[in-house]
Every structure is written in C-alpha cells, then in structure tokens.
Design a binder for this molecule. Sequence first.
Ligand code: ZN
Length: 300
Amino acid sequence: MGSQGKGIVNPLSLVAAALVILMLAATTAGCTGTDRQDDGKIVVAVTIPPEQEFVERVGGDHVRVILLVPPGADPHTYEPPPGVIADLAGADIYAVVGSGIEFELAWKEKIAAMNPGMLIVDCSRGIDLISTGEEDHSGTDPHIWLSPGNAKVMVENICQGLIEVDPANADEYRRNADAYQGELDALDREIAGALAESGVEKIMVYHPSWAYFARDYGLEEIPIENEGKEPSPRGIEHLIKQAKEEHITVIFASPEYSTRSAEVIADEIGGTVVLVSPLAKDYLANMRHVAAAFAGSGSP
Ligand code: ZN
C-alpha cells in the first residue's frame, strides 16, 4: 500500500478521509433523538409532574426525565424558557398527555420539528375524552390523569413507548408497569369505597380539574372558575346559593390557582377552603389525600 503514487495523493483516499471526519462529527454531535445520552439512559420529556412519576415508575434506572412544566406552574398558561426547549434536542421520547393541554397545543409541533428522531408517545391513546363544548378551546377536558383508571392507560402507553425505543429492557419495563398498574387498581378500589361510604355526591372546586375523577366515581363537579377566569360577582352569588342548597361545606381550591373567590364563597356559607393539587408528582399519595378530602367534605 505504501507504494501508491510518489507524492501524489490518491483522490479516493481524500474522499474517504472526509467521510470518516463527517461521520465522527455526526456521532459526537448527538443531535438526533435516537442517540443515547452519555450515561446510557433513555431521555424522556414529559409535560407535567404526574407523568414524570409514571415514566420513572416504569423506566426505573434506565430513564432520565425532562419535566417541561415545573412544579407550581400552570400548564394552561406556562411558557418554557428557551434553554429547556434546546435540552429536548437530545430526548429519545416526548410523552405528551395528548388531551389538549394548552402547553402541548402551543409547543408539541415545534418540539417535534426540532428533533425528528424523537418518538412522540400520546398518553391519552385509548382514553375516552370528555368534551367541554367550548368553541374557542381544544374542545376536550385535558385533565385525564386525575383518574386512576386513566392513569393505568397512560402508564401502558408509556410502557409501550419505552419498549419501542429500548427493546433490550422490555421485560423490566413490562414488570414495572404491571406492578404500578396493580397499585393503581388498588387505589381505584380504595377511592371508590371511601366515596361510596361518604355519600358525597357534589364537589365545588375552583379550577375544574376533576371531571374524569367525577365520572369514575359518580360525583358531580361544580366549578367556580368560569372558562379560565374568576367568576363575576353575580356568578359568585349564584354559587353561594347553590352551595347552601346542596349543603356543601367545603370549597376545593388548588395551590396553582387563586383562592380568592373560593374564600369568598366559603365565608358566606360558613365553610372552609381545602387545597388539593391536580399536579402533585407523588401520584398515589396525592390521589389518596384528594379522595379523603372529597369524602370528608360530606359530613357536617
Ligand atoms: Zn387544569
């Protein structure tokens, strides 16, 4: 091989060298979603904290989660800082809630276009969405995760997505998903039992996040917020009248939203405001807490 052309460089070897350099550059840049991160973990982007919990419970040590809407932020209005979106260039999966959350409606396409190699998992696939009938809105109630039955479906979709991207660990993902889905089944039975025993039928809440929960357990949700805004004085008056008629003594609000009108109503009916979070990461414990709060709102 050493005798090739005295001082003349073979043009083919130049091309080959250039190709090698290009390939090395492409590998180290790691700009496609299918490349593993340095730590070998599958990087999964999620929108809200409960999804982070689901992904971590199924993926265990094999996943690293990027949470897009941080704790305490409102996924209906949140805008991410530019750095966070840039982080997603290295993600393997974006698990969208998929039910019409404003954050996803605004950002999903941009995120997908930036990282075409990334698998988009729609966690809402297989869930019967509740229509809101609001024309200026996506038309569906986005709060699907607040029902243990729906959470089971979301966990299943996440499990399928992880298996697709990382089939080598499929058995482990399946085992983890089965175990967590078993815990969700137990939670569902526990909540159904507690609410049936309480006799509570109606819950008055500031932000209407609980329609799926209400559907599963035969409750009626009475929202205070009116299409994302504080109610008018007339609206508050009507709610006070309704609360008195229904013997409602607890008004539910959440840490993510204003409690002003909830407090006004509670004062007028001689009741209390109880905070329940629709977005807490520790899903099982939070849902137990919420169900106990709802069940406890029935007794005088
Ligand atoms: Zn909400």
